[in-house]
Design a protein around this ligand. Structure first.
Ligand SMILES: [Zn+2]
Length: 439
């Protein structure tokens, strides 16, 4: 009897502690479904930020919603970057660093983001998912093994004609819902939290206009990753090489002995890659580096080939550059009359070069994920993020998962659990900073 009594008391205490966290006024799922319907596609090669005027619609909405959620110092810059601050509720907020969270508002130029029609596949029971408005678009278990972890979950996809915009409306919805939960639950202790939503992440433009100093965060997280548990503190370091082939142009009717066609040299140079460069994007994965000719122009007088060089370790660039220079030398030998120039410039740096000095950023994130029931791990990104730029600009910023999959395409998806667990991770993360992040 006594045992039963203790059990009842324990059960009551357990329920009371669970019930202590009040739900948000709007779920992450509901916010997400609203946000994806707003077309925020960015555009390449625009000389302005934001690159498309429609991103303002979302910026204005977020500004309004942040104010409604009681966020302080809400402002939208002339570049459509939305900033805000949630004051801490600790006895002395100056004892823990201000932590920032960033989501991006735009969607990829690769696939239309207009008239997104989100479909909820309730209580998913396994198998491939055929998208209803274009039956050739199929999310297969074979290519998406994570589907096996989503049995019983509600999966959200587009209808097959557009992308979903989970990248990064998921991150934005999760950050907004974290704010909502913190407002509903003043018993959750946290330091100062800075919030920002940025345009033009997909075209690499918005982050250069970011006001790091005015924002006030000491450390930040982009909430822009994929599968539950993926946390990234490592990106590629990037260089771009340019090889220019100089020929001599003249009228073809009187060209004998004069004309030098640079296109042949460029073609010879490119033809060497498949056999002489083993590390190309199509042959590498994980931490492997690559060399990738990605764009070029052909003309008799001047031909240009641009080449991406990517390595996680900056010391690897010397070898990658030497390989390209060797190919240039071979082509030069074959085409002595074509003058060939080589140049290269640094793009972005692996954020690990800086983040290795701040291991608590990812340690705390992994712990937060664990408290939210997510098994987290560090995963290098074979690309760059806004966080790699911010880290280089002085604001250490790793990247957190959002639960999303298949970014930049019509097969993009997320799930209710993905959105909820990611949101819970953020709520735990600010608490862990308050518990352990003291100076
Ligand atoms: Zn993104």
């Amino acid at each position: 009897m006594k045992l039963l009594y203790s059990f009842i008391v324990l059960a009551f205490l357990f329920c009371a502690s669970v019930a202590q966290t009040k739900p948000p006024t709007e779920t992450a799922m509901s916010r997400f479904l609203r946000y994806v319907k707003i077309d925020t596609q960015s555009a390449e090669d625009q000389n302005k930020v934001p690159s498309t005027a429609k991103q303002w619609d979302f910026a204005r909405l977020l500004e309004k919603e942040l104010k409604e959620l009681g966020v302080q110092q809400v402002r939208t810059s002339e570049f459509a970057i939305v900033y805000g601050m949630i004051p801490g509720n600790l006895p002395d907020n100056s004892k823990v660093p201000t932590i920032g969270f960033i989501g991006h508002m735009d969607t990829s130029p690769a696939v239309s983001g207009a008239n997104v029609n989100p479909i909820i596949h309730k209580n998913y029971q396994g198998g491939d998912i055929v998208l209803p408005n274009d039956k050739t678009q199929v999310i297969t278990v074979e290519k998406n093994p994570d589907l096996k972890n989503l049995i019983g979950d509600d999966i959200i996809t587009a209808d097959g004609t557009t992308l979903l915009g989970s990248d990064d409306k998921s991150g934005v919805a999760e950050i907004m819902t974290m704010i909502d939960i913190l407002r509903q639950n003043p018993q959750i202790k946290h330091g100062n939290i800075a919030i920002a939503f940025t345009p033009d992440e997909e075209v690499g433009g918005g982050i250069e206009k970011f006001d790091i100093k005015g924002w006030g965060a000491k450390f930040a997280y982009t909430v822009d990753g994929e599968e539950l548990g993926d946390i990234s503190n490592e990106t590629f370091s990037a260089r771009t090489a340019t090889v220019t082939f100089h020929g001599v142009s003249t009228h073809p009717g009187t060209a004998k002995g004069i004309l030098v066609n640079s296109m042949y040299a460029a073609g010879d140079f490119l033809s060497r890659f498949p056999t002489e460069v083993p590390n190309r994007p199509e042959t590498t994965e994980g931490r492997e580096s690559y060399i990738h000719p990605y764009v070029g122009t052909l003309d008799i007088e001047t031909s240009v080939v641009k080449i991406l060089l990517r390595d996680f370790d900056i010391s690897g660039f010397a070898g990658l550059e030497q390989k390209v220079k060797d190919l240039v030398a071979e082509t030069q030998k074959k085409y002595p009359n074509v003058k060939i120039d080589y140049s290269s410039e640094l793009g972005y740096l692996n954020m690990k070069e800086v983040l290795k000095d701040y291991p608590q950023l990812t340690d705390f994130a992994i712990e937060a994920a664990k408290r939210a029931g997510v098994d987290a791990h560090l995963k290098p990104i074979r690309g760059g993020t806004d966080g790699s730029r911010l880290t280089a600009m002085g604001l250490p910023t790793p990247n957190l998962f959002t639960g999303g999959h298949n970014f930049h395409g019509k097969l993009e998806f997320n799930s209710r659990k993905g959105l909820e667990r990611s949101t819970e991770t953020l709520v735990h993360l600010v608490q862990i900073w308050a518990e352990k992040g003291g100076k």
